[in-house]
Design a protein around this ligand. Structure first.
Ligand code: 0WE
Length: 265
């Protein structure tokens, strides 16, 4: 008997076997959850379907979160198979690539600010708003993925940091307004993971080297570990957590500095 036994959970953001959504699906499935997935567009449909089948996906539905119509259509279709839903996992982020390199003040534009916030932050509110009629009162749980760049200035992360700050605030406001309905909303601020989204990012290797050398656990976090945290947040094991941001980063965020490169000190 797993901690998510028979929970019906919608997972967004699955794109490859390195996606954080993949690690979350694996953990939730292992804990007994029943899963549905979204894919952004026809170009990635078959790819996502193949991955989703590994988790015995019951539904695989299109949803580009930049479209209100597609978000509504997602829950309309979902409700035909699942009249009720126990959780939503938000694992979607996007900023135009040129926004994610160089100095913030030079790379920021009105347009890349708008896109980053629309896709990475507003989409959480939009999904929860449209999915609310399906979410089980008293037990449902929403989980979204954030990153330290929301609360610290990280080189190159730039306008994505502002969008993650907005996402974290959105988590708190949703937690506040849905708490009385017994629906919880929490976030996971994960350490850096090499995914399709992060590969090819300027200086990502430098960033992960620095992370490994400076996080107390001395290693990267993997998507299975992030999945375990998500499974916990989706389960009744976390019934008292609401509006929380859980750092899955081996202690990186709370560290001041270290005195030597020796892993034992
Ligand atoms: O949130 C993220 C990355 C999200 C992301 C990635 C891309 C790459 C491809 C959003 N938009 C795009 N747009 C693209 O065109 N992370 C937490 C991973 C990440 O991304 C960084 C990081 C880290 C860590 C970018 C710069 C610096 C650090």
């Amino acid at each position: 008997m797993g901690i998510n036994e028979n929970s019906k959970i919608l997972i967004t953001g699955l794109l490859s076997e390195r996606s954080i959504a993949y690690g979350i699906a694996k953990a939730l499935r292992r804990q007994g959850a029943r899963l549905a997935f979204t894919y952004q567009n026809e170009a990635i449909k078959t790819r996502v379907e193949k991955l989703a089948h590994e988790f015995d996906a019951e539904l695989i539905l299109p949803c580009d979160v930049s479209s209100d119509e597609q978000i509504q259509a997602l829950f309309d279709s979902l409700s035909l198979h699942w009249p009720k839903l126990d959780g939503i996992v938000h694992a979607i982020a996007f900023a135009p690539r040129d926004a994610l390199s160089g100095s913030f003040h030079e790379s920021v534009t009105r347009e890349n600010f708008r896109i980053a916030h629309d896709i990475s932050a507003y989409s959480l509110a939009a999904l929860v708003k449209a999915g609310l009629p399906l979410l089980n009162r008293g037990t449902a749980s929403v989980v979204a993925l954030s990153y330290l760049g929301a609360v610290r200035a990280v080189p190159n992360y730039n306008v994505m940091g502002l969008a993650k700050a907005s996402l974290e605030s959105c988590i708190r406001y949703l937690a506040f307004s849905l708490g009385p309905l017994g629906i919880r909303v929490n976030g996971i601020s994960a350490g850096p993971v090499k995914t399709l989204a992060s590969s090819g990012i300027a200086n990502f290797n430098q960033l992960s080297d620095f992370f490994e050398k400076n996080t107390p656990l001395g290693r990267m976090v993997n998507i299975e570990e992030i999945g375990d945290v998500a499974s916990f947040l989706c389960s009744g094991m976390s019934s008292s957590l609401n509006g929380e941001i859980v750092y899955a980063d081996g202690g990186f965020h709370m560290s001041g500095f270290r005195l030597s490169a020796n892993a034992s000190t």
